[in-house]
Design a protein around this ligand. Structure first.
Ligand SMILES: Nc1ncnc2c1ncn2[C@@H]1O[C@H](COP(=O)(O)OP(=O)(O)OP(=O)(O)O)[C@@H](O)[C@H]1O
Length: 784
């Protein structure tokens, strides 16, 4: 075998993964015997694999996913020798290699080891072979990794509100973030003011300082520290900072400052009848929820300092247009989603003219706002704001020329892709061809019409978009078992406030009743819900305005829902207090979606976890996506060309197997309910259509025909029909069966550490005492 190259698998960051066992093996074989070769044959020496100068083997750039496989290394002049009795192996250097090793060995010996080497007995005493051993390292590491993720995410559980914050030591600036956030506003904690000396350098007014003090924001965050002075100095600003880092106040405080300044300069107080007043600022938001949250955050800032703050009007779809128009009359700050804002602007009432005089245009979550869906309306709005007076355009000499535009443009997000970033920073020019294509983002950026040629570009964390308190991992399971693993994950994290992201409204509609059937207090959020229900869902999930009964089905829990199942409508900007876990039930479609979804936890200096549930065929793509998100920070941390590697977390498969019967029943019941609902709305629609046509509608006949027609989706239709046709008695029986299962203790058979980390009281569980045992939150979702 001599002269042949040996190859070994290189697990990621192998040095960091060494278990005690491996170190023992290595230490035990530190001083390896030297075999004198037979006369005329080269010397041979038993060696430790890690002592050898392995050479890395070139790998193709793209390799399909092999868990933990990052590369190959090879070595020459080493023999593998199998022991004669127990089959253990040892590695023996031969030829040139043995000579080299002998020389270095002798050097070491003379330097620090006076004792003689033991005689070689033909085998290594420890039976751990390389390959078997490596598996063990991998397993141990995975389990540890999962436990660590769980530990981190549960650290803040069960602590009194406001004190569950664990800012990391290395970031003192985040300490106050953790102590107080807008989350605390609903509390009665506003009575103790805090020292705001740390804000002094920003030269804010006493009113703003008093407000910050009452909000207990003792220190500005880094983005606030950097952006506020630039905005106060009148610059256009493009601000990038990770999720949950306080970007709202980075633009909110300067707007408040300008408002206070203008107010104090006004010789006469504003008269209510002066309804032609122009708003000071316009803030564009991509989602309705974020718009309402911006309103809440700014209102809190402007109303906590004991002064009369600006009035804020929020224009979003789904709520009364008339009411919003009324509020507009007196508004100092207008917040809006593009659709509703444009609807109001374009219906006259002089809003366009008033908005032309704004001093601040804020584009929050700019990349989203300027790219997806909203394109047309945002363009209309920007066009309208910059349009010269029509009569002036028509050459009317008497028409009043527009005063020179004074507004500052402020653009914020946690994610800007590189090209956009450079363009926003004024470092690269807008290409003419792209400018011609009206669909391009560049076109819209130009439309933002910055006041300055080069807006101030502030990137407070150029190497990472992710919050630093975030831990990430993935759980791999068969595609059809995602529901089961979702339940298992939620159950083992029962005390964590968890946001589950899906890619479709249909999945939200299906998963919510499924989880409720399993006694998990789950709420839904998607864009087809009525707006009031959307806002209510967020409030209830946030623990605000807790109703007497928690969810429609959760009759007796009386606690806030711990799980929100949502589409990406919840991915951007939402600042829900103490969300500790994000679960990606469906893979995010783009890297920035992953950043924003995951950014709903680990906000304001806290810790949190983000877990992707992946089918095996999704793993490779997900790894690439996550590695892309971490690319620059991985490079900065010297992770080398392999970059960031998201670890697979091992969830105990025995637990999943034991939960399967109840999960299957819960799914069946949820499917039956949805199928019946769908049927009744389809029936209503068909009946109305048949009535209009003056024909009879027989749903049974219609269905037989549909199933009779061959084609895709027939299996699904058949299943749906079966689900729909479950009788009331059958549903009742299934419910009873499920209830019986939920009342039973699950024979966990998993490690105590695992469950403890997941927040389940294992002692109670084992004793069968008074505490809750797995899955037995009374009555939720189960009806007789
Ligand atoms: N100076 C401060 N001190 C303490 N807490 C703060 C401070 N500024 C903001 N916060 C808190 O930090 C939390 C996150 O702020 P914000 O919602 O503005 O983050 P963001 O950067 O806009 O996040 P995203 O990118 O997800 O939209 C809020 O709950 C807010 O209460």
């Amino acid at each position: 075998m001599a002269q042949e190259s040996k190859k070994r698998r290189l697990p990621p960051k192998i040095s960091a993964m060494k278990s005690k066992k491996r170190q023992r093996v290595e230490n035990g074989s530190r001083d390896q015997p030297i075999l004198t070769g037979k006369p005329g044959k080269p010397a041979r020496q038993v060696v430790r694999l890690d002592d050898l100068p392995w050479k890395e083997v070139e790998m193709p750039d793209r390799l399909d996913d092999f868990e933990g496989f990052f590369g190959l290394e090879e070595i020459d002049d080493v023999d593998v020798v199998r022991g004669p009795e127990n089959g253990t192996v040892s590695y023996v250097a031969t030829g040139k290699r043995a000579g080299e090793l002998q020389r270095s060995h002798e050097q070491i010996k003379t330097a620090d080891r006076p004792s003689a080497d033991p005689e070689f007995d033909g085998g290594i005493s420890d039976s751990a072979s390389w390959s078997g051993f490596e598996d063990e390292v991998e397993e141990n590491d995975r389990t540890k990794d999962f436990a660590r993720v769980l530990d981190e995410s549960t650290k803040s559980v069960d602590k009194p509100k406001g004190k569950n914050a664990h800012p990391r030591k290395e970031e003192p600036i985040n300490k106050p973030l953790a102590q107080m956030s807008f989350a605390g506003l609903s509390d009665e904690e506003l009575d103790d003011d805090v020292d705001t000396t740390a804000w002094q350098a920003l030269k804010l007014s006493p009113e703003t300082l008093s407000s910050l003090s009452r909000l207990k924001f003792a220190n500005p965050t880094i983005i606030q520290q950097s952006a506020i002075p630039e905005i106060l100095a009148g610059h256009d600003v493009v601000g990038k900072a990770s999720t949950g880092s306080g970007k709202t106040l980075a633009f909110g405080i300067p707007i408040l400052e300008r408002y206070l300044q203008t107010k104090s300069q006004m010789s006469k107080p504003h008269k209510p009848e002066d309804d032609q007043k122009s708003p000071l600022g316009l803030i564009l938001s991509p989602t309705r929820e974020l718009a309402h949250q911006l309103d809440a955050h700014l209102t809190a800032l402007c109303s906590s300092g004991g002064f009369e703050g600006p009035s804020i009007a929020t224009l979003t779809g789904g709520l009364s247009l008339q009411k919003q128009q009324r509020l507009l009359k007196d508004a100092d700050i207008v917040i809006g989603t593009p659709g509703r804002l444009w609807e109001v602007m374009s219906t006259g009432q002089g809003l366009i003219e008033r908005l032309k005089k704004i001093q601040f245009l804020v584009v929050d979550e700019a990349d989203r706002l300027l790219s997806e869906g909203h394109f047309k309306e945002v363009e209309e709005i920007l066009n309208a704001l910059d349009r010269e007076d029509d009569r002036a355009d028509a050459g009317d000499e008497h028409a009043e020329k527009e005063p020179q535009r004074q507004r500052q443009t402020l653009v914020f997000s946690a994610t800007f892709h590189k090209g956009l970033q450079q363009k926003l920073a004024g470092k690269s020019s807008y290409s003419a061809s792209l400018m011609d294509s009206k669909e391009s983002m560049e076109y819209l950026l130009k439309k933002l019409n910055f006041r300055e040629d080069k807006p101030k570009f502030i990137d407070v964390n150029p190497v990472s978009q992710m919050a630093s308190g975030l831990k990430e991992g993935l759980v791999e399971c068969a595609g059809e078992e995602k529901d089961l693993y979702l339940y298992a994950l939620l159950l083992t994290h029962i005390k964590l406030r968890t946001l589950v992201f899906t890619n479709s409204i249909a999945a939200v509609r299906r998963l919510t009743p499924y989880l409720q059937n399993l006694n998990v207090s789950a709420l839904a959020l998607h864009s087809q819900m009525p707006q009031k229900a959307r806002l209510r869902a967020i409030e209830r999930f946030s623990g605000r305005n807790q109703p007497n009964s928690a969810t429609t089905n959760a009759k007796s829990s009386g606690t806030a829902a711990s799980v929100l199942v949502a589409t990406d409508v919840a991915a951007r900007g939402l600042d829900i207090p103490n969300v500790q876990l994000i679960i990606h039930y469906h893979m995010p479609r783009a890297a920035d979606t992953y950043v924003h979804r995951s950014g709903r936890t680990a906000r304001a200096g806290l810790n949190g976890s983000s877990i992707l549930i992946c089918a095996p065929e999704e793993v490779a793509g997900v790894r690439r996506l996550v590695a892309k998100v971490h690319a620059s920070s991985a490079a900065a941390n010297g992770a080398g060309k392999h970059g960031y590697f998201i670890r697979t977390l091992d969830i105990d498969r025995r637990l999943a197997t034991r939960l399967k019967p109840r999960a299957t029943l819960a799914k069946k019941l949820a499917d039956a309910m949805l199928a019946k609902e769908r049927k009744s709305s389809e029936d209503d629609f068909m009946r109305a259509a048949a009535e209009e046509l003056g024909v009879d509608y027989d749903s049974e006949e219609f269905e037989r025909e549909a199933i009779g027609r061959r084609g895709r989706g027939n299996g699904r239709k058949k299943k749906e029909k079966e689900a729909r046709e479950l009788t009331k008695a059958e549903v009742g029986a299934l419910r009873a069966e499920l209830r019986a299962l939920l009342a039973k203790r699950v024979n966990v058979g998993v490690s105590e550490r695992y469950l403890t980390a997941g927040g389940v009281d294992v002692d109670e569980l084992m004793k069968g005492g008074t505490g809750e045992f797995l899955g037995s939150v009374q009555d939720i979702g189960i009806e007789d």
